[in-house]
Design a protein around this ligand. Structure first.
Ligand code: ATP
Ligand code: MG
Length: 600
């Protein structure tokens, strides 16, 4: 069993309540109370994300606090205060109104981390239009698909991205009425310059009445398991962003916070934009790409207090070794959290050794809109576990039959797995504020996500006797070998425990005897070379940890495992390649799209 570390609970006042004791905290917490820590629109005119994130701080005299500490790729730096963000987003909202954009219309962004992105996000929400961020590295086809599906009216992008990706197919984008171009470059016919429409608009903007269930955000999933789905989120989600920003990320006034997620994904919006702004903290916005030395330098120079990153980034830092870390003062760090994929126990311990803090894994999905299960700040960290359900969240494991269907009892109610350490499908009692309200254009698919009162996550997990949850894999990825059900995560984590392995992806390949056998693909750390001896050693290593039934039968070396742009291993692509099948939708594949350089 893994070691359990008690991190002393850290008691600071202020709502949402500091949850020192897990059960007591759950009793004390309610979503109504979390809602009450927000202001709401003045005069009882409802709840709007933009008001809670920006306007309210200015009204409470915090306008001079730096909201965004922007650090450009070319070394330029700019601090943007809450007041400036209020004004620029007010301009954007007024510009939308002047263009005739209606509340409910979809505004798509295709932008890197430029300052105007943040004004666009907040301005769109102020206007009650719906924001849908796309990854700036998407090629034309994924852009077209998503703009079509969303029937988007407005696109905000750069002249260079427009020329390369949009112009050649502009005629096909029949829903688009307005294209706003940010930054230097030619403004072709059919587009307008940011400075001309937004720069010229009035900064003063009053947010219209907004219902908590008005649509606010449309987020496409990562596409790890198939075609990305468009998850619809509402303004009320801000209640969860606020509460989890405090409970999980421990955001406090005066903090410097850095979220490394791309703003084209849900993490980059919920926790890269909304949650830190709601808490009035200063976010470091780093326009550049991953580079171990630069990242350590940034943590030191900006004196980052709270850092939210992903296992893939952690593994890259681990791979980079001690040299780039040497001599850096990281003493400002108070909390480091990770999301997106399983965080293997060695990574948690590496955090403790190298960053001075264990890395706190947490689990959520595009659909849940916010963090649901976490090693949150007042809980001891169990390395390898994704933590416990947050106060306000009820999580169970549903029993599944061999076809993956939820098992029902005689009364037709879903059966839950109650014994410790047994696997089931992770399910959450529907009804938390940031829960998605549908998959755009796919009502049946949405309906299939529910079993009685439970939202089915499609992920498998175990709960230990003390209530900590352990991720076991995605239901779609389960390998059936000689009567055993094997989750790839378990096998991947066993391989990652070997010093030679920096990344691992595990799939089932057809086998006439066993049905399927486990095959692993691994990337090697610097100083290790592929060889038959190493292959045997790794298989043997996994076998001692997992037993022969679960350990990989075959192992291949691959320094470039297919991952999504959000850093998730695409096992379906490994499998398609292995079997010589079509690789399916590759729009979110890391190396699949146009290069980073053109995204500026
Ligand atoms: P798609 O739904 O299109 O296949 P996706 O599920 O990867 O893509 P996201 O919503 O970005 O899209 O990712 C959520 C998923 O990521 C979760 O359902 C889970 O499988 C995985 N995940 C997130 N956090 C963790 C974590 N801490 N540990 C293990 N897995 C995680
Ligand atoms: Mg998913």
């Amino acid at each position: 069993m893994s070691t359990i570390r008690q991190i002393e609970p850290d008691v600071h006042g202020g709502p949402p309540p500091n949850l020192v004791d897990y059960d007591e905290g759950r009793e004390r917490f309610s979503w109504e109370q979390a809602r009450a820590t927000l202001d709401g629109l003045p005069g009882g005119r409802g709840l709007n994300i933009a008001h809670e994130a920006v306007v309210r701080h200015v009204e409470h005299g915090r306008g001079d606090v730096v909201a965004l500490r922007w650090r450009g790729r070319d070394g330029t730096a700019r601090d943007i205060t809450y007041r400036e963000l209020d004004e620029e987003s007010g301009r954007f909202a007024n510009a939308l109104a002047a263009l005739g954009v209606e509340p409910g219309d979809v505004v798509v962004t295709l932008l890197g981390r430029v300052p105007q992105l943040y004004a666009t996000v907040i301005g769109t929400l102020r206007h009650r239009a719906v924001l849908s961020p796309l990854l700036s590295v998407f090629g034309p086809e994924p852009i077209r698909q998503r703009i079509d599906l969303a029937a988007a009216r407005v696109l905000v992008t750069t002249p260079s991205l427009y020329r390369r990706r949009i112009a050649p197919m502009r005629d096909e984008l029949s829903s688009l009425r307005h294209v706003i171009l940010v930054g230097e470059g030619d403004v072709p016919a059919g587009a307008v310059a940011w400075d001309a429409v937004v720069g010229a608009a009035e900064p003063v903007h009053r947010i219209p009445p907004t219902r908590p269930d008005d649509l606010a955000l449309l987020h496409f999933t990562s596409g790890t398991t198939g075609l990305p789905k468009g998850a619809m989120h509402v303004h009320e989600a801000v209640v969860a962003h606020g509460a989890t920003g405090s409970m999980v990320l421990d955001l406090r006034p005066g903090d410097v916070y850095w979220c490394t997620a791309d703003p084209g994904w849900v993490t980059g919006t919920s926790y890269g934009i909304v949650a830190p702004l709601v808490h009035g903290v200063t976010s470091v916005i780093d326009e550049g790409d991953f580079e171990a030395g630069r990242w350590y330098e940034l943590l030191e120079r900006e004196r980052v207090d709270v850092w939210y990153t992903a296992p893939t980034a952690v593994r890259m830092l681990m791979k980079a070794g001690p040299e780039p870390r040497a001599g850096r003062d990281l003493s400002a760090l108070r909390l480091v959290a990770s999301v997106g994929e399983p965080l293997h126990p060695e990574a948690v311990l590496w955090g403790e050794e190298v960053l001075g803090l264990p890395i706190r894994d947490n689990w959520w999905q595009t659909e849940t809109g916010g963090i649901m299960v976490a090693n949150y700040r007042c809980l001891p960290v169990r390395p390898g576990s994704m933590g416990r359900p947050l106060p306000g969240i009820e999580a169970v494991l549903l029993a599944r039959d061999e076809h993956g269907e939820v098992v029902l009892d005689a009364a037709g109610e879903p059966v839950t797995v109650t014994e410790p350490d047994r696997e089931g499908e992770l399910a959450l009692r529907a009804g938390w504020p940031s829960m998605f309200r549908g998959y755009l254009g796919q009502p049946e698919r949405y309906a299939r996500c529910f079993a009685g009162p439970w939202y089915r996550t499609g992920d498998l997990a175990r709960r230990d006797a003390d209530g900590w949850f352990w991720f076991a894999g995605r239901a779609d990825d389960v390998i059936k070998s000689a009567g055993h059900l094997i989750g790839p995560t378990e096998v991947e984590q066993a391989l990652l425990a070997h010093p030679a392995v920096t990344d691992a992806g595990v799939i089932g390949v057809p086998d006439p005897v066993a049905g399927e056998v486990v095959k692993a693909f691994v990337s090697l750390a610097a100083g290790f070379e592929p060889s038959d001896e190493l292959r045997l050693e790794l298989i043997g290593f996994a076998r001692t940890r997992l037993g022969p039934a679960v350990a990989p039968r075959a192992l291949a070396f691959d320094q470039h495992l297919p991952t999504t742009r959000s850093g998730k291993i695409m096992r379906r692509v490994l499998k398609a390649r292995e079997l010589g099948l079509s690789e399916g939708d590759l729009s979110t594949l890391e190396s699949g799209g146009p290069d980073q350089e053109v995204a500026r």
